[in-house]
Design a protein around this ligand. Sequence first.
Ligand SMILES: [Zn+2]
Length: 120
Amino acid sequence: MRCIYCRARAGFIRKVCGVCTRVIAVVERSAGQVGWTELVDLFAAEGLSRGQVDRVLDAVSGDAPTIRDRLTSQMTNVLMRNLGMPGRQSPEDVRRVRLAMASGGGDGNWTMSEKSSETP
Ligand SMILES: [Zn+2]
């Protein structure tokens, strides 16, 4: 089998190679508790390079949000709650914003303008 993230050889039954498994482990251990800066430090402490981390975080599977989308939404929500606001940005919201920006549709006014998606 090849790794679903980086296409390296993962093993006979494994779908994720050793390096990507370590990236995921760091993400799962720290998700929602640290910001990007701390997360980058944690990856570095594990001996993981930026490239190794990025290809896991940005791996796209179908229409699902990427791991980076999920992390971004978690961090945004934590940040907003700390500011006393209801942090309810879903990974899907992050993905939509990312896709809109990638397609050149964003004029820089995307930040908090997606109020319509804020359903309790
Ligand atoms: Zn891999």
